[in-house]
Design a protein around this ligand. Structure first.
Ligand code: URA
Ligand code: CA
Length: 433
């Protein structure tokens, strides 16, 4: 086989065979195919797409390019969740213990954040003592015992995806639905999930800027999952404004605790119940999504979800009393500043991406891979889109261990629009199953 022939085939809108895709991914991973040929292929795929057989073959070839995590020693159906990136997206912190509390094993391999979106592991490390360095054996034992554990990414998972993603990043080929879908699905499958729930975000804080694109991405990922024997469902949800009220590591831990007590922000709670019912249902709880949701709602009310959170935190070395006294257990910011509305009206826009960048500048996120996080830093939104506000009322409180600059305050104010009228945005656009 020659790469040039495959490139020309794709250039002429012909489908590649499974064998050709496997050959291409194997030889690109082993550096036998050079970057310039793979770049040309990525561009041909960008323009001419891939059919379902090609997308599934691409996904599985990337899965097979590296290690695959074997979770077969965990009893039950292992359900994983993936979100396509967001600002202040506290869902994993809530979902892991919530779904575990109804008996579905959550064996979560998670990452750190870069740029304006936070990583789940960073957030968890805001709890003193909590660590994610677990051996494979400890990880499996904890999931069998508590139904939930979170471990840092380890091993050589999907090296083909790492190489191709880095290449796409510099060749203008990131925004290709078959490439995004196979990239995301390969990582979830290699991490050992039996079933997968996807949260595809739309809006300023997200990859997909409109509903049509988001739907196509979600449907593509669901069909890849089904075709390779992993039950998959997806939700398309709003990321035009940040989710919940808190953005920042310890602020989001506190928000997750409130939500697990049944006292969380409305949008965060609803999205967690929608995603959680899909996870629970795929994990075998309830005979419908509605029944699965009822079980989750019960555990938010009767304290079981919070109890599971405490057990989970304590089992990984964390101080579980954080659930009762978050402000005493977690470090508090040296500086705190209220940012006030300059006019009266209704909040009509909170630009998720720019607000996320402001939180990062306060210290909540990493500007480069080596940045050191300030766990106390972040923003708390007192108002969300659709809320009334009076001039002089606090819109946002900023927290940081370093002095809060005028330019950050300005950035926050410049990205919150106040108008005469505005409505609360739609939170859940579509459910794809
Ligand atoms: N996230 C991924 O993991 N892969 C992509 O290709 C795009 C977003
Ligand atoms: Ca949040």
């Amino acid at each position: 086989m020659r790469m040039i022939d495959l490139i020309e085939k794709k250039q002429h809108k012909e489908a590649l065979t499974e064998e050709e895709i496997k050959w291409m991914i194997e030889n690109y991973t082993s550096d036998t195919i050079p970057d310039y040929q793979m770049s040309a292929m990525a561009m041909a795929i960008y323009f001419n797409g891939m059919d379902q057989t090609e997308r599934s073959a691409m996904t599985m070839a990337m899965v097979e390019s590296g290690d695959q995590i074997d979770l077969s020693a965990i009893e039950g159906i292992k359900v994983d969740k993936h979100s396509t990136g967001g600002v202040g997206d506290t869902t994993t912190l809530v979902l892991a213990p919530l779904v575990a509390s109804v008996g579905v094993p959550v064996a979560k391999m998670s990452g750190r954040g870069l740029g304006h979106t936070g990583g789940t592991i960073d957030k968890l490390e805001a709890v003193p003592g909590f660590h994610v360095e677990l051996s494979q054996e400890e990880f499996i034992d904890l999931v069998n015992k508590n139904k939930v554990a979170v471990v840092g990414q380890s091993g050589n998972l999907t090296p083909a995806d790492k190489k191709i993603y880095a290449l796409r990043d510099v060749t203008g080929t990131v925004e290709s639905i078959p490439l995004i879908a196979s990239s995301i699905m390969s990582k979830k499958i290699a991490a050992g999930a039996d079933a997968i729930v996807l949260d595809v975000k739309i809006g300023a804080g997200a990859f997909m800027k409109n509903e049509e694109q988001a739907r196509e991405l979600a449907e593509t990922m669901v069909s890849i999952g089904q075709s390779v024997g992993r039950q998959t469902m997806a939700v398309i949800s709003d990321m035009s404004q940040p989710l919940g009220n808190a953005i920042g590591n310890s602020l989001e831990i506190k928000e997750a605790i409130d939500t697990l007590k049944g006292e969380g922000p409305k949008d965060l709670t609803e999205l967690c119940l929608v995603l959680g019912s899909q996870m629970a249902y795929l994990g075998g709880v309830g005979s419908t999504l509605e029944e699965a949701r009822e079980r989750l709602e019960e555990n938010l009310k009767n304290g079981k979800a919070l109890e599971t959170f405490k057990t989970f935190i304590a089992s990984q070395g964390g101080d579980a009393s954080v659930a009762d006294n978050p402000d005493e257990v977690m470090e508090q910011a040296k500086y705190e500043q209220d940012i006030k509305a300059q006019e009266s009206g209704v909040v009509s826009e909170i630009g998720a991406d720019q607000i996320g960048i402001a939180a990062m500048m306060l210290g909540a996120g990493r500007e480069t891979k080596d940045s050191v996080l300030d766990m106390t830093a972040g923003l708390y939104l007192h108002k969300k889109v659709g809320d009334k506000v009076e001039a002089g009322e606090t819109l946002v409180t900023a927290y940081s261990n370093k002095e809060i600059s005028e330019s950050i305050k300005e950035k926050v104010l410049n990205n919150i629009r106040i108008s005469e009228h505005a409505e609360e945005p739609t939170l859940i656009y579509t459910i794809i199953k």
